[in-house]
Design a protein around this ligand. Structure first.
Ligand code: GDP
Ligand code: MG
Length: 297
């Protein structure tokens, strides 16, 4: 089942009637240049999104992202259709200051809301395309000591518009202990600076024990420590995505090596519908309320 990414469980999360229409989901990635955003997207979705840049087997080459790049793919698993859109954003850093980046991202998010609002007020309300950004992965550098001023600045501009899911980039450069410490620092910074990240919903009390345990483990992972790679290596006769070190291979999909699989499961399989619901009920409602109050003034 390796080639499945797992959204076939989506119908269980929602009413059956959505199945025929299919699902639409948009994921944005954001953070400093060079933290592995494009690589992670590539790893998350089997490289399918970047077919034009075929995954090189040996050398790694991911072109630098210089403007907002939107890629959409229609995929189907076990009769469930998903239109997945990835919004890759130019990172900030030496050449691009963070203000340019958050402004571009914020404008992109607003523009999708505005389009949805226009469509919703129009005559053909049945077949509206939902291009709203349902989740934004925010990449935090592994070499810092938590959130930096620059991260706070960017997050403050976006956290009330979109579901922010923080991730620690390039977790393979840290020891298990360092990852644990950094996670604590980041969570403390998030709380201290009142950054609103996506809140995982409480588990229903009628769920079975195994589900509850999984849910607990998932929540304990935040912020997800991830590793991406566009290199396929051979480990014990199996082809895996990984990063080669003198002492061995860090496997992207090995739960002992990173939270990559947990993040992917959360995004694609277990929490996609909730991310969409929160986008609709909280972020879009905020936007709509602002539009309406402007119109009535
Ligand atoms: P972006 O600017 O955030 O999109 O970053 P890229 O995906 O272009 O990656 C920048 C560099 O970091 C490339 O050389 C990648 O090979 C490397 N890289 C990407 N992901 C990882 C990771 O998880 N760990 C390590 N050690 N390096 C990574
Ligand atoms: Mg990039």
């Amino acid at each position: 089942d390796r080639d499945y990414i797992g959204f076939a469980t989506l119908p269980e999360q929602v009413h059956r009637k959505s199945v025929k229409r299919g699902f639409e989901f948009t994921l944005m990635v954001l953070g400093e240049t060079g933290l592995g955003k494009s690589t992670l997207i590539n790893s998350l979705f089997l490289g399918d999104l970047y077919k034009d840049r075929r995954i090189p087997d040996v050398a790694e080459r991911v072109a630098k992202t210089t403007s907002i790049e939107k890629k959409t793919m229609d995929i189907e698993e076990r009769g469930v259709r998903l239109r997945l859109t990835i919004v890759d954003t130019p990172g900030f850093g030496d050449a691009v200051n963070c203000e340019d980046t958050w402004k571009a991202c914020s404008a992109y998010i607003d523009e999708q809301f505005r389009q949805y609002f226009t469509d919703e007020s129009g005559l053909n309300r049945k077949n509206i395309q939902d291009n709203r950004v349902h989740c934004c992965l925010y990449f935090i550098p592994p070499y810092g000591h938590g959130l930096r001023q620059i991260d706070l600045e960017v997050l403050r501009r976006l956290h009330r518009k979109v579901n922010v899911v923080p991730v620690i980039a390039k977790a393979d450069t840290l020891t298990t202990h360092e990852v644990k410490k950094l996670k604590e620092r980041i969570l403390a910074d998030i709380e201290e600076h009142e950054i609103q990240i996506y809140q995982f919903p409480d588990c229903d009390s009628d769920e079975d024990e195994e589900f509850k345990q999984q849910d607990k483990e998932l929540k304990a992972c935040i912020p997800f420590a991830v590793v991406g790679s566009s290199t396929v290596l051979e480990v014990a006769g199996k082809k895996v995505r990984g990063r080669q070190y003198p002492w061995g291979v860090v496997e992207v999909e090995n739960p002992k090596h990173s939270d990559f699989v947990k993040l992917r499961t959360m995004l694609i399989s277990t929490h996609m519908q909730d991310l969409k619901d929160v986008t609709q009920d909280v972020h879009y409602e905020n936007f709509r309320a602002q539009c309406i109050s402007q119109i009535s003034q």
